[in-house]
Design a protein around this ligand. Structure first.
Ligand code: ZN
Length: 182
């Protein structure tokens, strides 16, 4: 399942084969920024200003840290909630009434402003909704320590451990097999 916050965390692509190569950071790339904004229906200037990029990297580090904490059934400490709330404050919400669709009327929530502070607030909101409205125990970082790809495990039995069985899952299986033989 694709969520704005997993998409955002995965802007940092690590060398999942464990070659020790540098991580590829897509965050500063205008093409990544445009694609991210379009995918999540958000509006901000591209390329992002340096100060916005710094704030984005800080939020990414925070979300990675918080995701790692809840991975094994842990909880988010008060200062983590405070930091998340500070990011949420950057995204004022506008309610609109819409007619038609599944029900006769629907109240929709959307960002009340544009800009990177709002985008980052929406990303923080996506993580907050996962904690509050979905199952935080299904938040995952790929079990390959060299990968750490973020995802939400929506399999029926919640047994997904790797971003992709064919890449990281396979790699870790091969490593386990080799360890057993030596
Ligand atoms: Zn992986």
């Amino acid at each position: 399942m694709d969520l704005a916050w997993t998409d955002f965390l995965n802007s940092l692509v690590r060398d999942w084969r464990g070659g020790g190569g540098p991580a590829e950071d897509h965050l500063a790339q205008p093409a990544w920024q445009s694609a991210f904004l379009a995918k999540w229906g958000l509006d901000a200037p591209v390329p992002a200003a340096t100060a916005d990029l710094d704030a984005a990297r800080r939020l990414r580090a925070l979300l990675l840290d918080l995701a790692a904490r809840v991975l094994d059934g842990g909880t988010i400490p008060a200062d983590g909630i405070g930091a998340l709330n500070a990011a949420l404050a950057g995204a004022p919400v506008r309610r609109t009434l819409e007619a038609g669709g599944e029900h006769a009327y629907a109240v929709r929530l959307g960002p009340a402003a544009t800009g990177w502070t709002v985008v980052l607030g929406e990303v923080a909101a996506s993580f907050a909704r996962t904690l509050a409205e979905m199952d935080p125990a299904r938040i995952r970082l790929c079990a390959n320590p060299d990968c750490r790809w973020a995802f939400y495990d929506d399999t029926r039995n919640g047994s997904k451990r790797f971003c992709e069985p064919s890449t990281c899952g396979n790699l870790m299986r091969v490593r386990r097999f080799r360890r057993r033989r030596t």
